[in-house]
Design a protein around this ligand. Structure first.
Ligand SMILES: CC(C)(COP(=O)(O)OP(=O)(O)OC[C@H]1O[C@@H](n2cnc3c(N)ncnc32)[C@H](O)[C@@H]1OP(=O)(O)O)[C@@H](O)C(=O)NCCC(=O)NCCSC(=O)/C=C/CC(=O)O
Ligand SMILES: Cc1cc2nc3c(=O)[nH]c(=O)nc-3n(C[C@H](O)[C@H](O)[C@H](O)COP(=O)(O)OP(=O)(O)OC[C@H]3O[C@@H](n4cnc5c(N)ncnc54)[C@H](O)[C@@H]3O)c2cc1C
Length: 670
């Protein structure tokens, strides 16, 4: 849709006059510097001027088939634009750049069917191929001569990878693998792009050679003819059907009937099958084939931050424009943003988007550093990265989904309109809580790491930095509550340490009473999930505080003030959310809690004048927001009416169903 131009709504104009800081400074901080901001805007200009974002009818008014076809059209032209103009004009070759990710949302309100190509197919090639394999597939994939996806999950198993049923049996006579789907539940299910779009796929299957099963491995499989796009003989493939979101992502199913692929199509960077069928196991770490999942989990923290920033921008702008009720009799109706309860719903969204974005950047750097260690043959830092990426993916996607839904509640009835974009944003982020490892499952992975760390610290061994609080706790360090940033972080670490200690005790007590380790663990899993979540909170709080301190060192005083107000709001919010835990594991008193409550309420008042400016500082163009409620000009009512009038349902004054059914009913002739 072409956005109509309106004058700025006077309430929003006034809000912007109240701003106390230089918005551009905050924009630069989150982009990573002035130059990065200018580069991002250049990319956005190119895409927006390309005309690719235009739809003749709103996406939500199209049929599922039309939506898919429209998304394919845009994906193809966008890919071409990335290969040509974007590369030439901006000089950018790295398509993983966050700027490209951001502007992609101007094209797709829902999901691109090509999402998994750059999101998982290419990263798997990079992470799992030998250098010879890399030379074959990577240039083709980057040049889009082949389009791929990642098919791991099956109808019967998603979480339990070891339980996957698809088999890849090596035939030494022909030097081929035979892929087979032995049961109904062994069909691949869910892979993005698989239904109709892709012609290649990374398939995860149980490897059999010389009669022995060596567990799951990765295989490059061509599934469709490159010219006709027909499924190859022996392949059954299709779309799984309508879903809550991801409507244009053509998630698919896939079955193999003794389908043969060359030996070289097993991705052999870590484990190999030699020509005669001899299996060579990975030299360094048994879980290196899971590396793409770690990569995606890291990127999903960024997705949580970005999508939350979109939702809270929409809801804060709308709340500055919307007027409702009376604060005192006969006074004019206030902006709903003036209600402290509305501020309570929204300002935590702004602070959380900051916290998650800075945590995402920090996690990305940690990921790169672990990758560089692994290139040198050192896999020692992988377990901590796995534990961190697991809990951060779980908690950030889950919190973001809740806060996005809260933004929708904050917009009342109009938030329920698809044109607000809030339902789309929510349904996307809700899916990220499940895929790439469900919330509970990933927290249990982190818990496993925490229990081990506890045992190591008990044995007097040094533990990694993110769990060093465990050693302090074991040394008997008592928590004394202080309402400073550092004091609050220490108390949250004391909560995490206390919960891990109880888990360890609970497992040991259960074992003493006769249970084996597995049962003792199983019966403790509710506490283990809780302990991992507490650990994750302490990591986010600490990272957020440290990163704001580091990044605002040379900022103006006003930017320092407002960024720090948000940090304090975040710390106070979580203190008040977790008073039960803090009373149990730290020395916080009722007086301290009263102080934190007052501080929190005062902060809402302090932040209020800057609220609109703070969401403007996410620098999200209207074309990315796609929202009748959240546009920069605040012309909410004009846009809602405009969209209603453009609704295809209103193209004819009387719908044919009147003549077919209603009239006969009215006349008693039905
Ligand atoms: C739940 C999982 C992790 C369990 O795996 P399993 O093989 O059963 O392992 P164990 O629980 O026995 O743990 C063994 C050992 O391995 C470590 N470990 C596990 N995962 C990793 C990893 N990724 N990196 C490094 N190390 C890992 C674990 O810590 C244990 O170590 P110990 O030293 O304690 O022995 C697993 O099955 C899993 O990850 N399940 C989730 C499935 C999933 O994420 N699927 C994603 C499919 S693709 C998708 O969803 C795409 C979406 C679309 C899009 O992204 O856009
Ligand atoms: C939109 C979307 C896109 C996707 N895209 C892809 C893709 O491109 N490629 C791909 O391979 N997959 C994809 N998936 C699949 C996704 O990765 C899985 O759905 C996800 O990993 C969860 O697995 P599951 O569905 O088997 O859930 P289940 O494991 O069946 O989980 C159901 C419930 O059981 C609980 N549970 C399961 N095991 C345990 C346990 N051991 N302990 C405690 N609780 C347990 C879970 O916590 C959850 O609450 C996609 C999924 C979605 C929704």
């Amino acid at each position: 849709m072409v956005l109509k131009k309106y004058n700025i709504n006077p309430d929003l104009a006034l809000e912007r006059q109240k701003c106390t800081f230089d918005i551009e400074e905050i924009i630069n901080i989150f982009d990573g510097g002035k130059e990065k901001t200018s580069q991002r805007r250049k990319i956005e200009d190119v895409v927006l001027k390309s005309g690719l974002c235009h739809d003749d009818v709103p996406e939500e008014c199209m049929s599922l088939k039309e939506r898919y076809e429209n998304a394919v059209r845009k994906s193809c032209f966008f890919s071409k634009l990335m290969k040509t103009e974007l590369q030439e004009i901006t000089g950018i070759e790295d398509f993983e750049t966050p700027a490209i990710r951001r502007i992609a949302d101007a094209l797709f309100k829902d999901i691109s069917p090509f999402l998994l190509h750059l999101g998982m197919f290419v990263p798997t090639i990079i992470g799992q191929c030998t250098s010879e394999q890399l030379m074959i597939w990577l240039p083709k994939a980057l040049d889009l001569q082949i389009i791929g996806g990642y098919a791991q999950t099956e109808l019967g198993h998603g979480t339990f990878i070891r339980g996957l049923e698809t088999t890849a049996t090596y035939d030494a006579d022909t030097e081929e693998f035979v892929l087979h789907t032995p049961t109904l539940t062994a069909h691949k299910w869910w892979a993005g792009g698989l239904g109709k779009t892709i012609n290649h796929c990374i398939v995860v299957a149980q490897l059999y050679t010389k009669g022995v099963c060596y567990g799951t491995h990765l295989f490059m499989v061509q599934i469709r003819d490159l010219d006709t796009h027909m499924p190859l003989p022996g392949i059954k493939v299709g779309e799984i059907g309508p879903r809550m979101g991801f409507s244009s992502a053509d998630n698919g199913f896939l079955g193999f009937n003794n389908f043969r692929i060359p030996r070289n199509n097993m991705l052999m960077k870590h484990a190999q099958v030699q020509k005669d069928g001899t299996y060579v196991k990975p030299a360094r770490h048994g879980k290196l084939t899971y590396q793409t999942m770690v990569f995606v989990r890291v990127t999903l923290v960024n997705e949580a931050a970005f999508n939350l920033s979109k939702a809270v921008t929409i809801a804060v702008r709308y709340s500055a424009v919307r007027r409702q009720s009376e604060m005192r009799p006969n006074e004019p109706e206030p902006q709903i943003l003036d209600y402290p309860t509305q501020q309570h719903k929204l300002f935590i969204g702004i602070a959380t988007a900051h916290a998650f974005q800075l945590t995402a950047n920090w996690l990305w750097n940690t990921f790169k550093s672990v990758l560089s260690d692994m290139k040198k043959g050192d896999v020692g830092t992988l377990p901590e990265l796995h534990a961190l990426s697991s809990c951060l993916k779980a908690v950030c996607t889950s919190d973001a989904a809740l806060l996005i839904e809260q933004c929708r509640y904050a917009c009342g009835g109009h938030g329920y309109m698809l044109s607000s974009n809030l339902p789309y944003i929510y349904s996307f982020v809700a899916a990220t809580r499940t895929y790439e490892g469900d919330y509970t499952i990933l927290l249990l992975q982190t818990a496993r790491f925490l229990v081990k760390a506890w045992e190591q610290a008990e044995a007097g061994k040094t533990v990694t930095p993110t769990v060093s609080y465990i050693s302090r706790s074991l040394k008997g360090e008592k928590n004394s509550w202080r309402s400073t940033d550092e004091g609050i972080i220490k108390s949250f670490q004391a909560v995490a340490a206390g919960k891990i200690a109880l888990c360890v005790k609970s497992i040991r007590d259960r074992m003493k009473s006769g249970l084996d380790y597995e049962d003792a663990w199983l019966l403790t899993t509710v506490q283990l999930v809780d302990a991992a979540e507490a650990h994750c909170r302490s990591v986010i709080l600490e990272t957020y505080c440290n990163e704001v301190r580091r990044l605002t060192k040379s900022s103006s005083d006003n930017v320092k003030i407002v960024m720090h107000q948000l940090v304090t709001l975040y710390l106070s919010y979580w203190t008040l959310q977790r008073t039960g835990d803090l009373l149990r594991y730290s020395s916080i008193s009722e007086k301290d809690i009263d102080f934190m409550q007052r501080q929190y309420e005062e902060l809402l008042q302090h932040i209020r004048p800057n609220a609109v400016a703070l969401v403007d500082a996410f620098d999200l163009r209207d074309e990315i927001l796609h929202s009748s409620l959240g546009a920069y000009d605040g012309r909410v009512y004009e846009r809602l009416m405009e969209q209603a009038e453009n609704n295809p349902m209103n193209a004819e004054p009387v719908n044919q169903s009147f003549h077919k059914y209603i009239k006969p009913l009215l006349q008693g002739k039905l």
